[in-house]
Design a protein around this ligand. Structure first.
Ligand code: GAR
Length: 189
């Protein structure tokens, strides 16, 4: 039986797109059943709608507590019988409500070689630090920021003539390969 997966995003949604395309090609044995987005107007929502994926758009400010906000998300996931959640540029720390509803079943992608450069603007942080090798990490999500157990990593060398933009483009290309490949392996196990 194919797993039902949800992808959570806050921004552009290119990782969502890469996952959905890998599913459509038959590279990942799953259905992308739901996209959750916490930023109304984000490009990720358009991408999901064009791909025929149900969307839940929720603003944290519309809920009195983080718990109430996450309860709404968990309810949508349960309605869609979601088995795994993949965060793809979802820029919000998860709380107990979501983590306890999907223990060991929530995964994130981060644009650096963790445990280096956690949090916002990881690509810029690595570039400004002058590292010669950076990369991409796929990891389980816990209550910390980019701290859960690592599942997969890919290195991206920084070239002498890189700008932040050229480095960012190569990191994204690497993400779009590593995330679908890692999901395919996880769901095949
Ligand atoms: C990706 O680079 C992802 O690794 C990063 O946000 C970007 C989203 O791009 N996530 C984080 O920094 C999480 N800490 P996308 O919306 O085009 O997929």
């Amino acid at each position: 039986m194919k797993h039902n997966i949800a992808v959570f995003a806050s921004g552009n949604g290119t990782n969502f797109q890469a996952i959905k395309e890998a599913v459509d090609r038959g590279d990942i044995a799953a259905n992308v059943t739901l996209m959750v987005c916490d930023q109304p107007g984000a490009a990720a929502i358009d991408r999901a709608e064009k791909a025929g994926v149900d969307t839940l758009v929720v603003s944290r400010k519309d809920y009195p507590t983080k718990r109430a906000f996450e309860e709404e998300i968990v309810a949508a996931c349960k309605t869609h019988t979601i088995d795994f959640i993949f965060l793809a540029g979802y820029m919000r720390l998860l709380g107990k409500t979501l983590l306890e509803a999907y223990p060991h079943r929530i995964v994130n992608i981060h644009p650096a070689l963790l445990p280096s450069f956690t949090g916002l603007d990881a690509i810029g942080q690595a570039f400004r630090k002058g590292v010669k090798i950076t990369g991409v990490t796929v990891h389980y999500v816990d209550e910390g920021m980019d701290t859960g157990p690592i599942i997969a990593q890919a290195a991206v060398p920084v070239k002498d003539d890189d700008t932040i933009d050229t480095l960012e483009a190569r990191i994204h290309e690497t993400e779009h390969q590593l995330y679908p490949q890692t999901i395919a392996k996880m769901l095949a196990e």
